[in-house]
Design a protein around this ligand. Sequence first.
Ligand code: NAD
Length: 350
Amino acid sequence: MNLKILLLPGDGIGTEVTAAAVDVLKTVGKKFGHTLELSEGLLGGVAIHKTGTPFPKDTEELCLKADATLMGAVGLPEFDTAPPSQRPEAGLLGIRRVLDVFANLRPVRTWKALVDSSPLKNHVVEGTDMIIVRELTGGLYYGQPRGIENDRAFNTMSYTRQEVERVTHTAFKLAGNRRKKVTSVDKSNVLEVSQFWRKVVVDVAQQYPDIQLEHMLVDNAAMQMVLNPRQFDVMLTENTFGDILSDVGGILAGSIGMLPSASLGMKKGLYEPVHGSAPDIAGQNKANPLGAIGSVAAMLEYTFGLNKEAAAVNDAIGKVLESGRVTADLRPKGSPATTQEVGKAVSEAI
Ligand code: NAD
C-alpha cells in the first residue's frame, strides 16, 4: 500500500517526538511492505518565523493532498502575549478547520508496566481503558462573536444539530466495537448549549439500541475520572470540556507524553500526541515519544485500515514499557532513556 503522509513537526519537542515517530513509521513500511510518500510542511511558531503566518497556504495545500497528517506540537513562549490569531496555536485551529476533522479521539489506557508511574493509587488506575471523543471544530473555540473591548471580553459557545449529530455517530460507532457504553458529558444544569447537546445525543442514540447511554455533568466527570476511571468506555463531549478532561487522562496514563490522538472527519485524518511543545524540556532529547508513536498506530488503523500493523506498533510500545527503558517523565528505576533511544527501541521491538 502507498501511504501518503504529511509531516508537520512544529515547535519545541514536536520536532523531537515526530522524528522518533517517523523512524517507527519507516520500520513498519519496511517490515510490512508498504511504500511511504512523505512530505513535510511548516505549522506553528516555526511557520510564523519563516512565513509570517502560523498556517501558511503551502501547508494547507499539502495537507489536502495527503491521506493523513502527522503533527508534533506547536507553541513558543515568545508568542505568549500575542493575540490569539497571531499565536502558533492558531495554526492548529486552522488545519483542523481546513481538514474538517470534527471528532478527536483520545484513547486513555493504563499500561500494566506504568501503573506505578501514575500519581494515583494502583487499584484506582489499573485496568483503565477508555476513549475520549471530543468535538473539535465547534463550540467556544470557534464561536462568533468573540473579542476584547476596554472593560469586557466575550466568547460564544454554539453548536448546530448537524455538528452534534456527526460526532455522536462517531462515538456510538466506536462504542459498538468496544464495551458498548457511551457517557455524554455536558453542563446542562447551567448552559443552554448543553441542554441542546443532550437532546441531540438522545435522538441519535435511538439508532444504536444495543449501546448504553449515560449523561454526566462535566464537573462530576472530572471527579469520576480520578475516582473510578474504569467505569468509562467511550466518553463523548464538546470541544472545551474535552480539552480539559483529556489532560486528566494524562494522569491516568502515567504521563501526558503517553497519549496519542486521532482527529477524524469524513475523509482525512490528523494525528498528533495530546501534549504541547513543552518548552521546559525542548531541545534536550528528554521528551517521551510514545504519544507520537501511538499516534502513528492510530493513523495506520483509522486512515489506512492497517490493523495488523497498528497492533504491531502498540505491542512494541508495551514491550518497551515492560523493559523499563523509558524517558524521565515515567520515572524509571535506572537512568532515563532519551527520546531517540525510546524510538529506536520501539522500532527494534517491531
Ligand atoms: P505541554 O503539554 O507542552 O507541557 C505540560 C507539561 O508536561 C510540561 O511540564 C512538559 O514538560 C510535560 N510534557 C509534555 N509533553 C511531554 C512529553 N512528550 N514527554 C515528557 N514530558 C512532557 O503544555 P503547556 O506547557 O501548557 O504548553 C506549552 C506550549 O504548547 C504552549 O504554547 C501551548 O499553547 C502549546 N500546546 C500545544 C498543543 C498542541 O500542539 N497540540 C497542545 C497543548 C499545548
